[in-house]
Design a protein around this ligand. Structure first.
Ligand code: 5GP
Length: 188
């Protein structure tokens, strides 16, 4: 097994977080890099576990200091992948998952061409809207923004190496586990 860098992207509400959590529960030698963001924490989110929640000025200072391998403006907030997180995980000999948007995924692939880009999507946009509304963590305006961005992201999914349709969480988890393993076992 060779540790790999995986990017998991997909529209907000497609179930990326749940899928990644399930995969982590069923596998060792795998960790998720914690990103920085300027968005406010949602109910139940913890600083240092879900994200490093930063002010705009803190974020910009860390960006100026070259701490991010990529950063992007997503749904009106800044997000960035910490170089130190990726190094921490990969230096332990584990595969690293970045749960980031399509702009970020594309930047990481440019920087590290060996990165595997995986796109998670729902069978259609109606399902996505239903999930976002059920989550009750975003305002109507924010849901509209996330749905508009979803349509754009889905067009860009053609540049990704793998697409997982999250029609059934158990099936999608198994598919993702198989994909990760296949790349880790790939001959080079
Ligand atoms: P959320 O606010 O729902 O946690 O995340 C919104 C979007 O930002 C999601 O598509 C998520 O994958 C993406 N995101 C999270 N962290 C990063 C990051 O470090 N870089 C980039 N480019 N996108 C990120």
């Amino acid at each position: 097994m060779r540790p790999r860098l995986f990017v998991i992207s997909g529209p907000s509400g497609a179930g990326k977080g749940t899928l990644v959590a399930r995969v982590r529960n069923r596998r060792s030698l795998l960790d998720v890099a914690i990103s920085c963001t300027t968005r406010r924490p949602r109910k139940g989110e913890v600083h240092g576990r879900d994200y490093y929640f930063l002010s705009d000025s803190e974020f910009l200072a860390r960006e100026d200091a070259g701490e991010f391998i990529e950063s992007a403006y997503v749904h009106g907030h800044r997000y960035g992948t910490l170089k130190s997180e990726v190094e921490r995980i990969m230096n332990q000999g584990n595969s690293c998952i970045l749960e980031i948007d399509v702009q970020g995924g594309t930047s990481v692939k440019d920087l590290f061409p060996n990165t595997v880009l995986i796109f998670v999507e729902t069978p259609n946009l109606d399902d996505l809207e239903e999930r976002l509304r059920k989550r009750k963590s975003e305002s109507d305006k924010d849901i509209e923004l996330r749905l508009n961005n979803a349509a754009k992201e889905m067009v860009l999914s053609s540049t990704y190496d793998e697409i997982v349709v999250n029609d059934d969480i158990e099936r999608a988890t198994n598919e993702l586990l198989i994909i990760l393993q296949a790349y880790e076992n790939e001959e080079t």
